[in-house]
Design a binder for this molecule. Structure first.
Ligand code: UGA
Length: 443
């Protein structure tokens, strides 16, 4: 098929590239000229494992194109995906200005029947707004063209996005038109073996809701476990054992019940807020969804609180080695990363930071910790430790899982670890003479 993907952010770029990999002819559109030039040269603006070679391969195979020109690329296109950003508005709701601007341009340039797909995470009712916007533009031009707006939310995880897209748990298609559903099914059929067809069709509003509910459910699991972790500390239980104890119940399951320094990223924080807002706008005051958010905001600072409890309110003269800045491993993304909040809290109290992350240092320097004084960025995890009062682990990158603890002892002033992701065996560390603080188990 001939596909146009509008927006070359995370979702747009990964989706477009994976569709191209399956043999479709895909043009990815963005208004950012510099970005498009780079992409045409095979330079990828984000770090995502496996994406760069796939982009390059498909550029060479002439299945993937990048352009700033939406109008000419709409001609001959079968399906147009809207994958532009839906940032959080001031009141917590999703800001739809970019989505509706694209809808307007589609309406201004459409010359034949196209399926328009909402791929961005958009609140319930957005497909109707997109439809109205396009129709209005067609009416202005006196064009009588049949088109359908489909909701096809994306469930990919950063760091594992290619795998998620190529081998999806499910694909959700919300459509009120049989023909459009059929076309979407044939577009996605190469991603499934027929025996494991996981394409779920439903009405548009249910599909839009599904996206938010999936993310809010996962965020709820995390906040619930973080709250339990805090209670475990008080009653002398070990949350790591409790987690295994409950996860073995197949109704609960092991995934997304890892306690830690709270969830971050571009999705959970934004989507939980937006779902709450949607409920409120429709006259319902959600209790649980708001609590998920509150617990998470508090949880981001738990490790800083443990450090303060250990060293006192005034941290001047102390230096901490931070291992990990990104909101999770496998990405350079620092949006809503706990590291931002923890580092700000520590430096505000006079502490110095020596930070290492395999991928996110540039992001930290350029954006998220740009104005924070007292941070030195280093090139290796061991270099970060040198002369520090403690090591603070904030992102569970693989290279942090089994470090040389002898080297930690050698480099740190005293053998002291604060672990915001519960990565180590406390008995082993204690036997080696470490003081080890983790989440959900009091020392
Ligand atoms: C999330 C969803 O997992 C995807 O399915 C969805 O498509 C995506 O949002 C989106 O809406 O675009 P992502 O934000 O990339 O994906 O990251 P996750 O792997 O889900 O992790 C989110 C956060 O939860 C991270 O900060 C992670 O550290 C935290 N987490 C995860 C925990 O604290 N505990 C857990 O047990 C699992």
């Amino acid at each position: 098929m001939n596909l146009t993907v509008i927006g070359t952010g995370y979702v747009g770029l990964v989706s477009g590239t994976c569709f191209a990999e399956m043999g479709n002819k895909v043009t990815c559109i963005d208004i950012d000229k510099a970005k498009i030039e780079k992409l045409n040269g095979g330079i990828i603006p984000i770090y995502e494992p496996g994406l760069e070679p796939m982009v390059k391969r498909n550029i060479e195979n002439k299945t993937l194109f990048f352009s700033t020109d939406l109008s000419s690329n709409l001609q001959g296109c079968d399906v147009a995906f809207i994958a532009v950003g839906t940032p959080m508005g001031e009141d917590g709701s999703a800001d739809l200005q970019y989505v509706l601007q694209v809808a307007k341009e589609i309406g201004q340039n459409m010359e034949h029947s196209i399926i328009v797909v909402d791929k961005s995470t958009v609140p319930v009712g957005t497909a109707d707004k997109v439809k109205e916007t396009i129709q209005k533009e067609l009416d202005k031009r006196n064009k009588d063209i049949e088109f359908h707006v489909v909701s096809n939310p994306e469930f990919l995880k950063e760091g594992d996005a290619i795998n998620d897209f190529m081998k999806p748990d499910r694909v959700v298609v919300g459509s009120d038109n049989e023909e459009a559903s059929k076309k979407m099914r044939s577009l996605y059929s190469p991603f499934f073996r027929s025996s494991t067809d996981r394409l779920i069709t439903m009405d548009v509003r249910s599909a839009e809701m599904t996206k938010y509910v999936a993310n809010a459910m996962l965020a709820t699991k995390i906040s619930f476990m973080n709250e339990i972790a805090n209670i475990c500390e008080l009653v002398g239980a070990d949350v790591n054992k409790v987690r295994i104890g409950i996860g073995s119940d197949s109704r609960i399951g092991y995934s997304f019940i890892y306690p830690g320094s709270g969830y971050g990223g571009s999705c959970f924080p934004k989507d939980v807020k937006a779902l709450k807002k949607t409920a409120e706008q429709n006259g319902y005051s959600p209790k649980l969804i708001g609590a998920v958010e509150d617990v998470n905001n508090k949880q981001k600072l738990v490790i800083a609180e443990k450090i303060i409890e250990r060293f006192g309110e005034d941290l001047s003269g102390k230096t901490f080695a931070i291992w990990g800045l990104s909101f999770k491993p496998g990405t350079d993304d620092m949006r809503e990363a706990p590291a931002i909040y923890i580092i700000k809290e520590l430096t505000k109290r006079g502490a110095k930071i020596q930070a290492y992350d395999p991928k996110a240092i540039e992001e930290a320097k350029e954006f998220y910790l740009k104005d924070v004084e007292g941070i030195t960025y280093v090139n290796s995890k061991y270099e970060a430790l040198h002369g520090c009062d403690a090591m603070v682990l904030l992102t569970e990158w693989k290279e942090f899982r089994a470090p040389d603890f002898g080297e930690l002892k050698k480099q740190l002033k005293e053998p002291l670890i604060f672990d915001g992701r519960n990565q180590y065996n406390d008995e082993m560390l204690l036997s080696q003479g470490f003081e080890y603080h983790q989440i959900g188990k009091k020392r």
